[in-house]
Design a protein around this ligand. Sequence first.
Ligand code: SAH
Length: 347
Amino acid sequence: MSDKIDICSLTVCELEKFICDMGEKKFRARQIFEWINKKNVREFENMTNLSLILRQMLEKYFYFNRIDFLKRFECDDSSIKFLSKLDDSNIIESVIMKYSYGNTVCVSSQVGCKMKCKFCMSTFNGLVRNLNAGEMCWQVYLANKIAPVSNIVIMGSGEPLDNYDNVIKFIKMINSKDGINIGQRHITLSTCGIVDKIYELAQENLQITLAISLHAPNDFLRQKIMPVANKYKINDIIRACEFYFEKTKRRITFEYVLIDNVNDNQEGAYELLRLLKNFPCHINLIPINEIENADFKPSPISKQNKFMQILTSCGKEVTIRRKLGKNINAACGQLRNSYIKKMGDSN
Ligand code: SAH
């Protein structure tokens, strides 16, 4: 199998090239892409509009990199988290969140993560490997079988801009009219702020929403909770965001986890305001989900409200994210970690 190509990770253009090289008609590529990405078929024998000879040829050169549904967990607030098993037995998690405007699936971009944010479970055991485009697409297809997906947030485990090429390919495949066709404006990519990649993303001519995990109003505090802040300064992130806005005209979201007595005092809110006051953006405050082995506690409601009020009183558009999936360990990486730990304990 090793020299075969994973057909689930190919765009229509890539498929066209292979198909033409095989001496077949170009339109066959679209048919194959549709079987996989619209009808979610993973056996060549079921691609009934292809000739037997073509199917046999495909069998020879390609394989289906499987990602299989493993287990689902329902949450009180009706969000659903599910684990999937990859071909190499790694386990990843995805979440379906139900909103009034439709269902959003939160997709993982890596197995684990190397960014080492102090409050995030995904990163506790480091990065295992990148996910390829097909493995990201299939998280959406598996979710879509549970509840029809209208929006995607690339906010699960992993740092999407650390897996840039695969993530861009994923966005193009998921947006393709020959596949599930989720509109670019319905896709959000969340990053801890890899500055050079934000510039690169701005040039891709995409209409996706960019979300920045800021979590602190200055570099000093940010470095304490996000090691990536030692490499990229907040001002450079903001400059990259301005460039992104200029190029795409898409308003950026800044995410800010509220951690009791760490980054939730009123001074911090004013500092954040100074930082973002001239920038057309949305601020998403997120009461932190408590995780094992860390002292971080969510801000009390009164402090959350005060923080929000300071920002809104100066005209900023701010939301506090309602807690999703608390009883199912919905914070990044929590469920995968607890599942793997349980399996380990029972072996
Ligand atoms: N690496 C990307 C995307 C994955 S994390 C990023 O940093 O944006 C997705 C979001 O969940 C980020 O904003 C992250 O900071 C946040 N997050 C991680 N752990 C959390 C926790 N324990 N409680 C609340 N939000 C958390």
